[in-house]
Design a binder for this molecule. Sequence first.
Ligand code: ADP
Ligand code: MG
Length: 233
Amino acid sequence: METILSIKNLSKRYGSLQALNDISFEIKKGHVYGILGPNGSGKSTTLGIVLNVVNATSGDYSWFDGKMKTHDALKKVGAIIERPNFYPYMTAQENLRLVCKIKNINYNKVLEKLELVGLTERKDSKFSSFSLGMKQRLAIASALLNDPEILILDEPTNGLDPQGIHQIRDIIKHIAAQGTTILLASHLLDEVEKVCTHVVVLRKGNILYTGSVDGISVNEGLYELQAEDTQNL
Ligand code: ADP
Ligand code: MG
């Protein structure tokens, strides 16, 4: 099975703070992979390193069985690591057409991806009129325009109401069912349990567990994590 992303002995220090301490894991094609851990555990730092926006202090990672340089590999990666940001007075469709133009993608993908995230009926509405959940769904559509091998999401349901959370999780599951590999960072145990097949559990930059999501439920210590997360919010 193809390895989409391999992380080996990655460490990151910010000054005296050890944000990541020698972490290793592998994401195989078709995995829905969660990085689970409380705030400050190193989830976003891990994503930043593999997306080449944060420099690791030591260690290594490789994309697609190491067959491609990072620069080329990242063209096959879709990522949403910030709050969705589009032109407010342009419509959903216009914003996505602009992304197509910039990235040299065929416009025919726009309506297909709007449909995938349930925004067909709002395609001619201005971005400024969208709820946070709709904005996040538009960001997912945008990240999928070039049919990436893997979609990376950092805390995709943060700040959403229960309906918005449910919609985003359903869309992620649907995208995964279509064969796209997923890497999702979340501080929510239930999110990872509902959406992911595999998980790496981080705390203070250290790996507590890697493996199938079912393995979390047999490890009692990991439930304490959830209590700690709730206090951190
Ligand atoms: P998470 O995404 O799990 O909340 P982060 O990767 O954002 O965790 O942060 C891990 C640790 O690194 C935290 O203690 C955070 O404060 C620290 N950190 C993150 N980014 C920076 C930065 N640019 N400079 C200094 N410290 C940082
Ligand atoms: Mg984070």
